[in-house]
Every structure is written in C-alpha cells, then in structure tokens.
Write a protein that binds this ligand. Structure first.
Ligand code: GLV
Ligand code: MN
Ligand code: MN
Length: 410
C-alpha cells in the first residue's frame, strides 16, 4: 500500500462545517435529534455527498444508511467505517459526525488517488445513537446485531408519545432492507474522546481497547399532589423530595467507588411542575457506568435497594424500568492492532484508552470484530454545544482510520 498517504483536511473540515449548518443549536453547536426534520435533512445532504463519491446506498428498516465502495473481490464482506449524524439537544458538531464524515473523506481520498482495495469499503450512518429522544442509545446498531428487538425499537415512543416507526416514515428514511442483513468483515469507528486525557497528555491518538458498560434505570415515583401551604410536613408524600434524596445517594455511591463507577441523573420530570403543588409524580433516569462487569451488577442491586428504602420511608410508591443495558466490552485484538500500527506508521503519539461513552462500535463488537480510534477534544467537553476539536486532530485521526481500514481491506 502507498506509504503515508493523507486525507484532504481542508475538504473534510468544510464538509464538517457544512453539516453543522443543519440543525444549529443556540450556542454554536447542534440540535439534530434523531428522526427530526433536521435529521432528515442531514441524511439527504450526506446521501448527496456519497452519491457524488460513487457510493451505492442501502437503507434498512431502522433507517441506518449503508454506502458501499466496490472492491476488487466483491464476494468478500466489506470493511466498515461508521458512526452517527444525530446529536443531543444541546450537542456539538463532532460527536458522531466526525466518524461518519471521516469515512466519506477516506472514500474521496481513495477515489482521488485511484486506490483499489481487495475488500469493498462501507460507510454507515446508524440511526439514533444518542438515545436522547428515543431510549435506549445505540438503538439501530443494537438492532443490527440483534441485542435489541427490531419490533420493540419500531414501536418505541418519545416523551411526546410519538412512535419511532411513524417518525422515521415521516422523514422518508424507512428503508426496505431487513435489519442485520449487511455482511461486515470488521468495523472501525473514529470518535472524539469526550474526555480530557488525550489533550492533557498531548497524545495524538487514543487506541480504544475497552468500552464501559452502562445501565439506564428509569424510576417512577408516585406520591400525592397536595397544597404546599396547607399540608403539614409530616403527612406529605413528596415525590420530588424522594427523587432528590435518591439522586444524592446515587452520587454518594459513585464517589465511594472511584475510579470504577460514574453515575448521574440527567433526565427528570416533575408533575404537575407547579410552584404551589407538592410533586405527586416524578420520573427520572439513573445513568451509571463501569468498565467492570461485576461492579455494574453490584451497583444495580444497591441502587434498586436505595430507591425502595427511600420511597418506603416516605410512603411513596415506586417502579423501576430497565431502559438500557450494555455490558462492558473488549474490542477485537486484530482491529485494535490495525489502529496501533497505523498510528506508528504515521509517527503519531498514541496510548491505549477505555471509552467512557457508549458507541455504536460497542454494540457492533458483540457480533463483528470492531475497534475505535479517539482524537482529543478541547477541555474534554462534549454533550455540550461548546464541544470543539482542532483541525489537526481531525487530520491525524482520520489518517489513522484510513490506514487501519486499508490494511484490513487488503
Ligand atoms: C452516548 O452518547 C452515551 O450516552 O454514551
Ligand atoms: Mn457519539
Ligand atoms: Mn453522544
């Protein structure tokens, strides 16, 4: 293979900035939540770019988009590069988008240089990685590998009661292809680190060897709505207070299990959400993660008992729903080595790293050999409109992705 070929970073950067114009946020980032009009628009633009790069498209029943660049032997399953174009409600320009558009830039570079690969190369945009509008996260990639049921996904409702399959049809991306039918040889995903390690240590490339497991438990508390002025303190059944106590205890649990556990409550609903009514109902989701499987199981049991004890102490009823459940994962050793070798070849500095976030690669890896590359991000900030990367980080990490994919495709 050609030695140390490079992508065109100026072209890639302007492509990233063009994509960021769709679904602008309010503070320089993006709000392009899955299956919204903006998601539809982003898909159209991406499709146009891929068509111009001579890629063939297939779309599955969950709306995941697969673009194929033919190889020399098209009987062989392709080497796949993917990530997601959907964002958080106050998301950045790079989370997910970098990985998808890096794939496109690699194809453009191979086309420019007229490089033929033995295996075909495929680019994927997975539907609903973020899980903010429809839970769980990593939705379509999990459907693809069969760890989450496709019918369950199609019938999932968002907070407004809108149904996944209807929203998908509304934006016109309800494909015909049966989910999971694409063959894949191996899968690579480039992602921003979303944490501070690489930037702080001045390292070019994170070689992701493991991914944290994660659980989302949705808790519903039922107390009694009553007047805040007239109800004596000792008879209140305050679902808001119980939620606050549970959140504090979950935080204590995480702090007492450092560095092996993180936990937060990011989604809360309070009913009726009126200043002078004691909350009669709350719904909130506890997100907790660890790279140690046993730790996750122990903590889940502890959280369930915290919820039950505090609720019972306050005579509030509770239910707990399991909305996401991903075990810690170890990425494929061969794929990880392709990435390490690629970083070496370009003389980039690199270090092994564990992914704190969930990624489509984590879902894919349960069935198909996969690995991930991380590039630094400024101050480790992500899931925030202020998310930023330097242009040279996009360059180095996309070159590594290209080299790893090319080696795997020969
Ligand atoms: C996906 O962004 C996650 O929640 O880790
Ligand atoms: Mn992401
Ligand atoms: Mn994300």
């Amino acid at each position: 293979m050609e030695s140390n070929i490079s992508i065109n970073i100026d072209r890639m950067w302007s492509t990233l900035m063009d994509m960021a114009k769709i679904g602008p946020g309010i503070a320089g980032g993006n709000n392009r939540q899955t299956l919204t009009h903006e998601d539809g628009e982003a898909r159209q633009l991406f499709q146009k770019w891929c068509n111009n790069a001579n890629l063939e498209m297939n779309v599955d029943e969950l709306g995941s988009m697969f673009f194929l660049r033919k190889g020399i032997d098209n009987e062989l399953p392709p080497v796949v590069i993917g990530s997601h174009l959907d964002t958080q409600p106050t998301g950045g320009k790079y989370d997910g988008v970098l990985g998808v558009l890096a794939g496109l830039e690699i194809i453009r570079t191979l086309n420019d240089l007229d490089i033929k690969t033995k295996r075909p190369i495929m680019i994927v945009n997975w539907t609903n990685e973020e899980g903010c509008r429809f839970a769980p996260a990593l939705m379509a990639s999990s459907g693809f590998v069969g760890t989450v049921d496709v019918n369950q996904i199609l019938n999932t409702k968002d907070l407004d009661g809108k149904v996944f399959k209807e929203e998908l049809a509304k934006i016109g991306w309800n494909g015909k292809e049966k989910v999971g039918s694409q063959k894949m040889h191996c899968y690579f995903e480039l992602h921003i680190e979303q944490g501070p390690i690489l930037e702080k240590e001045n390292i070019d490339i994170g070689v992701v060897t493991h991914g944290q497991g994660l659980r989302w438990l949705e808790v519903e508390l039922i107390g009694v709505e009553q007047h805040t002025g007239t109800t004596p303190m000792n008879v209140r059944k305050d679902a808001g207070l119980v939620m606050a106590k549970i959140i504090t205890e979950v935080n204590n649990l995480a702090n007492n299990n450092q560095p092996n556990l993180v936990a937060s409550v990011g989604h809360i609903e309070v009913y009726p959400n009126s200043r002078n009514v004691i909350p009669g109902k709350t719904i909130f989701t506890i997100d907790f993660r660890s790279h140690i499987d046993k730790k996750l199981k122990d903590i889940e049991a502890k959280i369930r008992s915290i919820v039950s004890k505090i609720s019972e102490d306050h005579k509030v009823k509770f239910t707990i729903k399991d909305v996401a459940n991903y075990d810690p994962i170890t990425f494929d050793k061969n794929c990880v080595n392709f990435i390490r070798n690629a970083a070496k070849k370009y003389n980039y500095t690199y270090k092994d790293i564990v992914s704190g976030a969930g990624h489509d690669a984590c879902a894919v890896n349960t069935k198909i050999p996969a690995a991930m590359i991380m590039c630094p991000c400024v101050d480790g900030i992500s899931h925030n409109e202020a998310e930023e990367i330097k242009k040279e980080w996009a360059l180095t990490s996309t070159n590594v992705l290209m080299h790893a994919a090319l080696e795997a495709a020969q």
